[in-house]
Ligand binder design. Structure first.
Ligand SMILES: CC(C)(COP(=O)(O)OP(=O)(O)OC[C@H]1O[C@@H](n2cnc3c(N)ncnc32)[C@H](O)[C@@H]1OP(=O)(O)O)[C@@H](O)C(=O)NCCC(=O)NCCS
Length: 199
């Protein structure tokens, strides 16, 4: 019988968490647009992009992991007010691996996409920023993402914070609506619809 457990991740867990995020989010439409058709390149680019940011989030915010029999199968992050945007050092650390995986075109696309997110983020007063969130592909659709979301929403409520997130899939909008999030804006980013949601 499998046992699903949850715990807060620390800096030591971040390499495994970044790998899982890279794999879990590899096929999202935004990442296909940014990093191209090769799934392995997308996985590498995302893992490189997430590693420094997740490290900071584990230290300054909340990163939760879901485990089945000791194996990490889901990751969800919450950035606390003032800490949502990647720091300059995060960008510089990710740059070489991101460049190797996606080239100058990928870098430019990431810049354009994150600039839009940053501009919208700045319009939301003091908030807890949810994301990234991913479940390992073979475990998706089994309630793990919802259980992680519930725990992050409990964190928001305990800290009396407005919640905010972005997503690029209609199925995810449905998921987030179940936790009380409402769509506050939509925008095309690299030809992909992005939904901006608030709780
Ligand atoms: C989104 C995600 C974290 C949800 O976790 P999960 O454990 O699969 O979700 P749950 O089983 O708790 O809940 C299922 C609901 O999640 C949504 N969902 C989104 N992607 C899904 C997927 N690939 N498989 C199943 N459900 C998915 C649907 O709303 C679904 O409800 P429905 O069956 O009524 O349509 C996970 O599917 C995932 O990692 N997807 C790829 C990465 C991603 O899009 N991350 C979020 C970025 S904002």
């Amino acid at each position: 019988m499998t046992a699903l457990r949850f715990r807060r991740l620390t800096a030591a867990d971040i390499p495994a968490a970044s790998e899982l995020l890279g794999l879990g989010m590899r096929d999202n439409p935004t990442h296909v647009q940014a990093f191209g058709d090769d799934p392995e390149r997308r996985r590498c680019a995302l893992t490189a992009m997430f590693a420094p940011f997740m490290h900071r989030q584990a230290v300054n915010g909340v990163v939760l992991g879901a485990f089945i029999d000791g194996e990490l199968v889901g990751v969800a992050g919450l950035s606390l007010p003032g800490c949502c945007q990647p720091a300059l050092m995060d960008k510089l650390r990710a740059l070489p691996a991101l460049f190797a995986a996606s080239g100058p075109r990928g870098l430019w696309r990431v810049y354009c996409w994150t600039r839009i997110w940053k501009k919208r983020d700045a319009q939301i007063p003091r908030h807890g920023h949810l994301g990234p969130l991913a479940v390992a592909p073979k475990h998706q659709g089994q309630g793990i993402g919802s259980a992680l979301m519930q725990r992050l929403c409990d964190e928001l409520s305990a800290r009396r914070l407005v919640g905010y997130l972005e997503t690029d899939l209609a199925a995810n909008v449905r998921l987030y609506r179940r936790f009380g999030f409402n769509v506050i804006a939509c925008e095309l980013v690299m030809g992909v619809t992005h939904w901006f949601m608030e709780l």
